[in-house]
Design a protein around this ligand. Sequence first.
Ligand code: G6P
Length: 367
Amino acid sequence: EAAEKAGFEHFMIKEIHEQPKAVADTLNSVLHDGMIDLNDVGLSEEEIRNISQIYIVACGSAYHVGMAAQYVLEDLARIPVRVELASEFRYRKPLLDKNGLAIIISQSGETADSLAALREAKAKGVRTLGIVNVIGSSIAREADNVFYTLAGPEISVATTKAYSTQLIASYLLAIQFAKVREEITQEQYDGMIAELQTLPEKIQKIIDDKERLQWFASKQVNAKDIFFIGRGIDYAISMEGSLKMKEISYIHSEAYAAGELKHGTISLIEDGTLVIGCLTQPNLYEKTVSNMVECKSRGAYLMGLTTYGNYNIEDTADFVTYIPKTDPHFATSLAVVPLQLMGYYASVAKGLDVDKPRNLAKSVTVE
Ligand code: G6P
């Protein structure tokens, strides 16, 4: 096992470090001469043009990919998207449009609820597309189309690199759908593809800065609750950040859409409660800052996660982590990395079994 960890203390931190390569490999698998080629996925341009609705169905972190993908797909391709937990989808007798596309996201390709949801969609005559990491897995075999992520084997129960590659797959689908449906210009298309290719290097830059996050996360070991807040894509990022934190550090955490705080969660803020504000979306920045100020005036200790350049966040937040600039559609790919590192280092500081948290399994093949 020590050899497999290649000098890292845990699989999770090794896999966090493997993200630049996993992202680049997944990108390169469908990029040919600067163009997205979905031939291996098997979706024709005509099929793409005919999609009336997209249903994204998944569990756990894969569901959080769907939450982020929904904003990107709707904004770029202008196709209505609904994201649903597989365990809910399969039992609610979903009303599905025959021209809809069901996208099932699953690292293992074996999650029982996700597989059942796929079968439900197929039985209703809807085309299914799996975004899957494990070749030949059940979801890969049964889906009409498969987009393979190239994360390689993931050992840590808490997903990192598979999540990152699922995001890339969903961006590529969104950009290609937008292009085929003539929602973006050639120039926008080229610009987004060029930007995607910078992500591995930007992720690496965040990883290189990990010591500062280690220091900060280690100070949170006695936290009772941590709240993650954001709007839009930043809400999707918050959900994954919160899950990473709670599942491996056992510190209770919640993700909240920042605008909903005053409908309940703000009553939980006490002196010193850590609130992490995610602020990667320029159009929502000021709104979330004002929510952070509201938390601060009730005693919260604030961390801000934002893009280089937004230095006025330091007037509000007590601790700030910056990520490199990118197209806001792709910000999740960068913002998730500091949050993975926070969860990891909080768990390490508590001396917990990072790779095998209690009560959790890597692949949930029972209901
Ligand atoms: C388990 C894992 C999570 C994962 C979820 C869905 O709960 O611990 O990391 O996100 O299952 O798994 P899948 O293989 O379908 O992506």
